[in-house]
Design a protein around this ligand. Structure first.
Ligand SMILES: Cc1cc2nc3c(=O)[nH]c(=O)nc-3n(C[C@H](O)[C@H](O)[C@H](O)COP(=O)(O)OP(=O)(O)OC[C@H]3O[C@@H](n4cnc5c(N)ncnc54)[C@H](O)[C@@H]3O)c2cc1C
Length: 383
């Protein structure tokens, strides 16, 4: 038997532990953090104490050595309550610590990873630029070898976890030359936060993920030694794209969790709120909405968990990761919109968490490759 739909006792325990934490510690302050657009150090440290940092990093470097299904379930349980906290964890593990663990030298892993597995250190993933989003090869940040080190110049935008006083560094993709066919040669650099010339500024006025830190990154003659190249020179784009394959699993988990959270809120409301003398759920139009939400959630869950299973078995999983990211984000949007409809006018008020869920769902179809880009990649697998 190689395929199982039964959760192990270990996985159930993890799910329960993260769910209890989210309910007890995050839920009471999620609305307020969203309103104030405030990143919470306290919650970040607490999530670290719970073992949610360095989830997929092996124990040799201070990580938890979790499998991908466990990691996805942990992210899902956070997103059921608050996407911002789930985003801090998903970005840090998949995009921050992940590439260092998978591609770093022994020296780089020993130097950076232990600190990134505690909840007291964050690491950002600097791919997107003002003029290079979906077209990630259009990077304009440059790295030139001068004297005895690389000198980086350029700008990155919308980098999660990049502008907090817990941030320890960033992985930066930069152009290090030209390939024979004229395309840029791209290389990843590990840039510690205290490197002179590196400046990160928090970005504000976001519609969603308002308690997650998003920053603008400026690189002004930033000197990085050769030994802080991640992987090899010229391997940058491959590293970034493979990192996104993994990252899409955690964005899918955020979508699944958000959808489940929206269903929970809507179901409770539909049982309590009465119209025409009966609870809303007794109206078939409302009951059918809930049925559609539950059905799509079931399909999304199966797709995501199958993807985690493929990743864990070292089978090809990139197409499944795109599908899971695309589908789970669309289910999240569907469930939060239908949920809002069930709440009627109250669903449009900030006092009710379903309004936040509706806003938070929007990023899922943009981050780590937009829905259009997922469809583009999936369609290429079909040819
Ligand atoms: C809150 C937040 C956090 C983020 N965190 C990070 C992070 O940690 N690290 C990081 O590097 N980036 C991060 N991003 C950036 C994110 O990954 C990009 O916004 C995303 O990849 C899209 O790029 P863009 O915004 O430049 O849109 P564009 O690339 O300009 O796209 C605009 C529109 O055109 C469509 N489009 C573009 N090209 C095609 C095509 N070939 N075919 C069809 N449609 C196309 C897109 O789908 C989209 O609808 C974050 C963004 C946000 C908002």
């Amino acid at each position: 038997m190689s395929y199982s739909f039964v959760e192990s006792d270990e996985l159930k325990l993890l799910r329960e532990t993260v769910a209890n934490f989210a309910e007890k510690e995050i839920k009471p302050i999620a609305q307020q953090l969203d309103k104030q657009e405030k990143f919470s150090h306290h919650l970040t440290e607490q999530m670290g104490n719970l073992g949610l940092f360095g989830t997929i990093v092996s124990q040799d470097f201070g990580g938890q050595g979790m499998d991908y299904l466990s990691y996805a379930v942990a992210v899902e349980e956070l997103a059921k309550i608050d996407s911002s906290q789930a985003a801090t964890i998903a970005a840090h593990n998949s995009l921050g610590a992940g590439p260092i663990f998978y591609y770093g030298s022994q020296e780089q892993k020993d130097k950076f990873l232990p600190n990134l597995c505690t909840g007291r250190g964050l690491w950002g993933f600097g791919l997107t630029e003002p003029n290079a989003g979906s077209d990630a090869q259009a990077t304009q940040t440059t790295a030139k070898y001068v004297g005895d080190s690389w000198v980086l110049n350029g700008q990155k935008i919308w980098i999660t976890n990049s502008a907090t006083d817990m941030t320890k560094g960033l992985t930066i993709q930069a152009v290090t030359g030209r390939l024979k066919d004229g395309r840029p040669e791209l290389t990843c650099f590990l840039v510690p936060y205290n490197t002179p010339g590196l400046n990160c500024r928090p970005m504000s006025d976001k519609m969603m993920w308002r308690a997650s830190n998003t920053g603008e990154v400026f690189l002004d003659d930033v000197k990085v030694p050769d030994h802080l190249i991640l992987g090899r020179k010229g391997q940058g784009f491959k590293i970034m794209m493979e990192t996104l394959d993994n990252g899409r699993i955690s964005i899918a988990a955020m979508g699944l969790g958000l959808a489940k959270g929206a269903l929970n809120l809507s179901l409770n409301y539909a049982k309590e709120r009465k119209s025409f003398g009966v609870p809303l759920i007794k109206h078939q139009a409302i009951a059918f909405k809930l049925a559609d939400m539950a059905t799509r959630i079931e399909a999304a869950e199966n797709l995501l968990y199958k993807c985690c299973w493929a990743k864990q078995k070292k089978l090809a999983f990139a197409k499944l990761a795109c599908m899971a990211k695309l589908y789970c984000s669309e289910v999240a949007e569907f469930c939060s919109r239908e949920g809002q409809q069930i709440f009627g006018g109250y669903g449009l008020m900030k006092e009710y968490p379903i309004e936040r869920f509706y806003r938070d769902a929007a990023l899922l179809r943009i981050g780590e490759g937009t829905s259009e880009i997922q469809r583009l990649v999936i369609s290429r697998y079909l040819n």
